[in-house]
Design a protein around this ligand. Structure first.
Ligand SMILES: [Zn+2]
Length: 320
């Protein structure tokens, strides 16, 4: 069976969240999911507490298992269970302390992006009017992530921050969940240059299932395929992946978006409540691409092989 590697999904950021909801990805494919454990509003204390809670619940769920290494992913998915790791959508939960990169790695975080939509200590966000790029602290952050073996992620960053991230990193980078701006003009989507420079690091750009990033709030397999095909044409089959970016608590999240103009501007709200592609649709992407004439090796690369390669080159110390 094909490996379906979802590089970013969003359980409720809540200590009461039901991690067994991840089983919604399970039916059709060998599966890996990276689960978000915090972004700009969240503290070090909250994100580490959430990680400990999620880890315990994953470990207690028969169909799920924690993956620390690529070997773990292979072993877990070979037995029909879903492999789970974690990501941070902002460096804010580090609380300004770079030593915590290792601590978050030890708790299972394998991907982190420096800034979420707006500027912080590390760099600028995609909704900022002024783009200051990666800060000096942001460069130190990338260096520490490279040392520890956590993948630098440019999603939600400003254009220049994303480009600086790729230039600064000595190991592959990703845009975990960012569609193509040339296909649909949205500030959360990336430019051709961002995609090219990410690919040049050996990295991967992950197309998402979020309606407002795919088109006029259209979370369809057809819209996702248009972004995938554009990206493959631009950067090659080895540098494109997928991430559902599914919000399991989307009813609450659309209320939060409407109530938080400091985090989300009208580019998030102008199409009405955001529509997400449900996991049950996302897991049929391979069959859909096959129907569009994609070859099996190309489908395997984009559904999971490419992000798996980045993980195999990136998770853990460079000399390990
Ligand atoms: Zn996001």
């Amino acid at each position: 069976m094909t490996l379906l590697w979802d590089q970013h999904t969003c359980l409720p950021l809540d200590l009461d969240a039901d991690v067994a909801a991840l089983e919604r990805y399970a039916p059709l494919e060998r599966g890996f999911v990276s689960v978000n454990v915090g972004y700009s509003p969240h503290s070090y204390e909250f994100s580490t507490a959430l990680l400990r809670t999620f880890r315990a619940r994953v470990a207690a769920t028969d169909s799920l298992a924690l993956a620390s290494t690529v070997e773990d992913v292979e072993a877990i998915t070979a037995t029909g269970r879903m492999a789970v790791a974690f990501d941070l959508e902002d460096s804010g939960p580090l609380g300004g302390d770079l030593r915590r990169v290792q601590e978050f790695w030890d708790l299972g975080v394998r991907t982190m992006l420096p800034s979420y939509n707006h500027a912080n200590q590390a760099g600028s966000g995609c909704l900022d009017a002024e783009d200051g790029g990666l800060t000096a602290w942001g460069r130190d952050l990338v260096s520490e992530m490279n040392r520890v073996g956590m993948v630098p992620d440019g999603s939600h960053c400003s254009i220049r921050t994303g480009l600086d991230l790729c230039a600064a990193s000595t190991r592959p980078t990703v845009y975990s969940h960012s569609c193509m701006r040339a296909v649909w003009d949205h500030p959360r989507n990336i430019t051709d240059q961002q995609a090219r420079e990410c690919a040049a690091t050996g990295g991967v750009v992950g197309m998402t299932g979020v309606g407002i990033f795919l088109g006029p709030n259209t979370p369809t397999l057809e819209a996702m395929s248009r972004h995938l095909e554009y990206a493959v044409e631009l950067v090659g089959i080895d540098h494109v992946g997928v991430s559902s970016d599914f919000s399991f608590d989307h009813e609450e999240f659309v209320v939060e978006i409407a109530a938080s103009p400091e985090l989300y501007d009208e580019s998030y709200t102008r199409w009405g409540p955001i529509q997400w592609m449900p996991p049950e649709t996302f897991v049929t992407l391979g069959a859909y691409l096959s129907g569009r004439g994609w070859s099996d090796p190309d489908i395997a690369a984009v559904l999971g092989g490419n992000f798996l390669r980045v993980a195999s080159e990136s998770w853990g110390p460079a000399d390990g």
